[in-house]
Write a protein that binds this ligand. Structure first.
Ligand code: SAH
Length: 261
């Protein structure tokens, strides 16, 4: 399949591979992900997966879009799990393709548990998570030695929608020098308020990166105090990440990527 000097594992019929497609740029796919795309009989992908990646599926493969998308009608998780089980039970090689990494805020764990319950063999192929690789495309290293020795990944979308009321903002503000928020574009006001109330400075650097690692990447660099206003003015679109902390300032020197027009 791929001309490599070593073997990759066989994609057995009747199994499911849960594969991370990375944040956008198809060049960020792993060898295992490409190997799976070349062999899968059925590709069930998330709304977030870049169309150029889906386009790498083997000609003749069955391709279905099945994923959650904030604010739009989307299949319920049990339906997705049932579909994966059904396709695998038919003896197909099933590729479940997810944006970023399947085990980072992507419900990959729930899908894998569904497969375990149904007795379907599976493999997990990690991908480049947007909160690491997407930020790198914006020139923001998630850690830098002079800046932070810890980073927290936070979801703005918990079990019941938003960030839970009892979320430990004090613990986060004290414990994590850098914070990366997924799915938080609609809650920038709340995040900035809570972090400042928990002791983070109004002048703390913050950035929102929209459509990272895609040709439509846009970045707004600001501070906690001006976060919501500046992002609203720029009219950024999802998917987007919020990063708070000193590493944001490195972008002024490390902004290396020029998305093509
Ligand atoms: N499993 C994915 C995350 C899924 S949750 C991963 O590891 O990256 C969906 C959230 O991921 C979005 O709301 C957004 O916060 C973030 N995200 C995914 N792709 C992105 C991209 N290309 N640019 C910016 N944010 C992205």
């Amino acid at each position: 399949m791929l001309d490599l000097p070593f073997d990759l594992p066989a994609f057995e019929p009747g199994t499911v591979w849960l594969v991370g497609a990375g944040p956008g740029d198809p060049g960020l796919l792993s060898l295992l992900a490409l190997h799976a795309l070349r062999q899968a009989d059925a590709v069930v992908h998330d709304a977030l997966v870049d169309p150029r990646v889906v386009g790498l599926a083997r000609p003749g493969a069955m391709v279905e879009s099945m994923g959650k998308r904030g604010g739009q009608p989307s299949p319920r998780q049990p339906e997705i799990n049932a579909r994966l089980v059904e396709l695998a039970a038919r003896g197909l090689r099933v590729l479940r393709l997810k944006g970023g990494d399947p085990f980072v805020f992507g419900r990959g764990a729930e899908e894998a548990l569904g497969l375990v319950e149904a007795g379907i063999p599976f493999r997990v192929v990690p991908g480049v998570s947007a909160g690491i690789g997407g930020l790198a495309y914006a020139g923001i290293p998630v850690t830098a030695r002079d800046c932070n020795s810890s980073v927290a990944f936070v979801t703005g979308h918990g079990q019941d929608g938003g960030i839970p009321d009892d979320f430990d903002w004090d613990g986060l503000a004290r414990g994590a020098q850098v914070m990366v928020f997924y799915m938080a574009l609609r809650q920038l006001d709340l995040v900035a308020d809570r972090l400042q109330a928990a002791g983070r400075a109004a002048s703390e650097p913050a950035a929102v990166v929209s459509r990272a690692a895609t040709p439509r990447q846009r970045v707004v660099e600001t501070t906690l105090a001006h976060l919501a206003r500046d992002v609203a003015t720029a009219n950024l679109e999802p998917p987007a990440l919020l990063v708070v902390g000193g590493v944001v300032e490195l972008r002024q020197r490390l902004d290396w990527w020029r998305p093509e027009d």
